[in-house]
Design a protein around this ligand. Structure first.
Ligand code: URA
Length: 295
């Protein structure tokens, strides 16, 4: 853009913003792409970094020695947990945020506490660009828990998962096997919308996954349905593509439980590739068969 807006009077800036709104602009991006993987710790947005450091300090103050992040920012694993190295693509500060997330999530004994904890959690920068927290929808006592990818625009506005076009298709898919939202519980791997629906970063996933895992642990569903490649990749900890994973029962271990999990195609993908609905239909039948009473 010729004029970056820096030389505008307040009236001109207001008129420009009004024009953008009228033109349907709802996201603002920089002119140059930013390689966030290459950002150093010091380049992370200050409010998020400061808030995260404060929150980590507060959260870990009363933890036993050896379970607190060390002064250099290294994160020591809890003594009773196997050490899992943070993926190398995740900067140290993000690994620290993921560790605080794990501590916060583990302390939640109910879904209400988990919702509250997420609403107050400052370690994920997505919360600063999202309009609403998208926690869950459906019946927490349902036998089936579905995990999608991330909220889109409609979900962000309403604070509920799968309420846009993909959600409407998901509802139809459920009805086709005799289910509806009272018979399933729905969450996403991320509870905040990535701005402009951009692809979430590994760091964003790493910091949100402890909440998703605790969410699953608290709901304790009989089966999980993993909607799309991102959900399957995160929960099955694999790089295998969804086309190879779909329709095959796998296992997700949370807490002390192994939960059968069925990866399937994401409804948004089915909207773009309707011919693939025949594969999704097979997966739905596999789910239906699993839920049918034995005998
Ligand atoms: N896609 C998702 O993965 N989740 C939603 O909530 C909406 C669309």
């Amino acid at each position: 853009m010729e004029n970056s807006g820096q030389n505008l009077t307040p009236q001109e800036a207001a008129a420009l913003l009004a024009f953008y709104v009228e033109a349907g602009v709802e996201e603002f991006f920089g002119d140059e792409p930013v390689n966030r993987y290459a950002l150093q710790d010091s380049a992370a947005p200050e409010p998020a970094r400061a808030a995260q450091a404060r929150q980590t300090r507060d959260l870990t103050r009363d933890l036993p020695r050896g379970t607190r992040p060390d002064p250099r920012g290294e994160v020591a694993p809890p003594q009773d947990a196997p050490r899992t190295a943070a993926p190398s693509a995740i900067p140290l500060e993000d690994a620290q945020a993921a560790e605080s997330a794990r501590i916060v999530a583990a302390r939640c004994a109910t879904l209400e506490e988990l919702r509250e904890a997420l609403a107050n959690f400052e370690g994920c920068p997505l919360r600063y660009t999202a309009k609403n927290l998208v926690f869950a929808d459906g019946n927490p006592k349902a036998r089936v828990m579905m995990v999608g990818e991330a909220p889109g625009r409609d979900e962000d506005l309403q604070g509920l998962p799968f309420v846009g076009r993909a959600g409407q298709l998901l509802d139809k898919m459920l009805v086709s096997i005799g289910l509806d939202r009272t018979a399933v519980y729905i969450v996403n791997t991320l509870p905040w919308r990535p701005p402009g629906n951009r692809t979430p970063t590994p760091a964003e996933h790493a910091v949100c996954m402890p909440f998703v895992e605790r969410h699953i642990e608290l709901v304790a569903p009989e089966v999980l349905v993993l909607l799309g490649g991102v959900s399957a990749k995160q929960l099955l900890n694999t790089d295998t593509g969804i086309m190879r994973l779909r329709g095959k029962w796998a296992t997700v271990r949370v807490g002390q439980r192994d939960i059968p999990a069925l990866p399937t195609l994401h409804p948004a993908y089915l909207l773009r590739q309707p011919a693939q609905k025949r594969l999704a239909w097979r997966d739905l039948l596999a789910l239906k068969a699993r839920l049918a009473p034995a005998g």
